[in-house]
Design a protein around this ligand. Structure first.
Ligand code: ATP
Ligand code: MG
Length: 208
């Protein structure tokens, strides 16, 4: 098995006349955390969107575990085990933490039958374990919209882990979080990386 899990080569992407990425190359090692640093507007979110298939590239190559994925649709890429979190969190504020965890499951198990299947006891157990892992077990029955922004980021991280990704792209996981909480978050980000590659983007060089 190669040590390189994501291999981006000479990727370019424009939105109309706006060149978001020009000839970008980057490699992500398996089993570690890779940082992607750049000022605002330098194309980090666009690159993540391109890697997971939301914004198909104009030219270049993106390989995941050796397989060319740049022309695959989002769900196919997700099913390969490559997922992302969003710069703006995407949790359902009216639902509690456990419910948010459970609705995040079909992103990986995308067949209609799977999506319609009732959640199993194991799904609930896994949701509780991951909520505990990110420090939200006590708050799991609270409306997620009432959690602090930092806690919502942690919930989103746990939701992504629910899908057992091989590689998880974290877009600005520490943006908007009180600096005193950032170390705790980074510590948690490091813990699941034994078998998980975690590239994260940041315009804040202090947390690189
Ligand atoms: N959907 C879009 N349509 C048109 N232009 C876009 C779109 N998304 C991004 N851009 C432009 O592409 C460039 C790169 O933006 P992107 O959001 O990828 O940067 P970023 O590095 O993630 O910035 P930030 O640090 O502010 O999150 C910017 O000039 C932006 O205005
Ligand atoms: Mg961005």
């Amino acid at each position: 098995m190669s040590d390189i899990i994501i291999d981006v080569q000479n990727v370019s992407k424009s939105y109309g006349g706006v060149k978001a990425n020009t000839e970008v190359s980057m490699q992500v090692q398996r089993g570690g955390i890779t940082g992607l640093i750049g000022p605002n507007g330098s194309g980090k979110t666009t690159l993540f969107n391109s890697i997971v298939g939301y914004h198909p590239i104009d030219s270049g190559s993106i390989r995941f575990e050796g397989q060319e994925i740049s022309k695959l649709p989002v769900q196919k890429i997700a099913r390969l085990g490559l997922l992302r979190t969003f710069q703006q969190t995407r949790i359902y504020g009216a639902m509690n933490g456990v419910e948010n965890m459970l609705i995040s499951l079909p992103h990986r198990k995308m067949s209609l039958l799977d999506a319609l299947k009732k959640n199993t006891k194991e799904d609930y157990e896994r949701a509780d374990q991951l909520l505990d892992f990110v420090g939200l077990y006590e708050k799991r029955m609270l409306k997620s919209g009432d959690l602090s922004f930092g806690q919502q980021k942690l919930l989103e991280f746990a939701m992504a882990l629910m899908n057992e990704p091989t590689c998880l792209l974290l877009d600005e996981p520490t943006a908007g979080i009180n600096p005193t909480l950032i170390n705790g978050l980074i510590d948690r980000l490091k813990r699941p990386t034994k078998n998980l590659a975690l590239p994260y983007s940041s315009s804040n060089t202090t947390c690189a």
